[in-house]
Design a protein around this ligand. Structure first.
Ligand code: SAM
Length: 289
């Protein structure tokens, strides 16, 4: 039996379970073959047989943390682009952000998170929208937090350098105004680049407050095209954490139909022509009654 065959027969199920526990990622039957290849690739780099590799990944050491980062880079899908889903961005621009700005005008604070931010296009799109909507932005205390489980994408996000593929569907005016050409790539201008903070965070971990990431009291959380990769039970747990990270009347925007079959009783579901959005109630008890 070849090494990869013996890996497939002996360790696939326990590895799938370990990956789901650590990252929330569900390994669908159609993705099994690709998973074998990716894990096998890492075993070869480290020159470890499957039992030793499993042991490493199941240990709580700095070496296993480093190896999880390598594997996560191979397992996650970083696909993103600016103003992804025009309808949802128009809802944000025309209704949600103006409402939040109006509501918070007395405190002049606004806290927004792009959860599963990948290479940063979503967080920078929000930063551009806010810049357009808030002429007195300097007087506001604005937090735009981008979090992701994959360190590699976060490093790219901080750099803010993009190929033209990230601009598909983007209005030429936006690209001209907020990006500078750098050879074949485009870099976000400094005034927008300094707005988001990008930090490592695993949405699946039980308690965000136990981390150094200031993921609380959010007015708006975007968590789009992330739940599609998760196990059902993981989606439920992450939704609960996002709910608790929101301010009363704060909003959660997910990808279309990503959570439609979940228990969303904590939230008020708001239906707009452009998209559904979930709102933390003013009085949480009132929604449950
Ligand atoms: C397809 S991208 C979506 C990017 C962006 N939200 C968008 O819609 O364009 C999915 C991102 O979710 C991240 N992700 C997957 N599992 C995660 C987890 N457990 N915690 C945090 N981020 C996660 C991946 O690393 C990846 O960057």
């Amino acid at each position: 039996m070849s090494q990869i065959e013996s890996f497939k027969s002996g360790f696939s199920a326990s590895f799938g379970q370990l990956i789901a526990e650590q990252t929330g990622l569900a390994i669908r039957p159609s993705a099994q073959a690709a998973l074998y290849q990716k894990i096998f690739q890492r075993m070869q780099v480290l020159q470890l047989a499957s039992p030793e590799y499993y042991q490493l990944m199941n240990s709580k050491t700095s070496e296993s943390d480093r190896e999880w980062q390598h594997l996560i880079t191979l397992l996650t899908n970083p696909e993103s682009y600016f103003f992804r889903d025009k309808e949802q961005f128009s809802l944000l621009k025309n209704s949600i952000l103006p409402e939040l700005i109006q509501r918070n005008r007395s405190t002049q604070t606004l806290r927004i998170c792009s959860a599963g931010c990948s290479t940063g296009e979503e967080a920078y799109s929000l930063a551009i929208l806010l810049t357009e909507l808030l002429p007195d932005q300097e007087q506001w205390n604005i937090k735009i937090l981008g979090v992701d489980i994959n360190l590699e994408v976060l490093q790219k996000a901080k750099l803010g350098l993009y190929r033209s593929w990230s601009f598909r569907g983007v209005d030429g005016r936006i690209q001209q105004r907020y990006f500078q050409s750098r050879g074949h790539e485009y870099q976000i201008i400094p005034s927008i680049r300094q707005l988001p903070q990008f930090q490592l965070l695993n949405l699946v971990q039980p308690d965000f407050s136990a981390t150094a990431v200031d993921f609380k009291d959010m007015d708006l959380i975007l968590c789009r095209n992330v739940f599609i990769y998760f196990e059902r039970s993981t989606i439920c747990a992450v939704l609960d954490r996002l709910y608790h990270a929101l301010n009363p009347r704060g909003y959660l925007l997910t990808g279309h139909a990503e959570v439609y079959d979940q228990d969303l009783e904590n939230f008020q579901v708001k239906v707009f022509p452009e998209s559904i959005i979930y709102q933390h109630p003013n009085d949480p008890i009132a929604v449950q009654e």
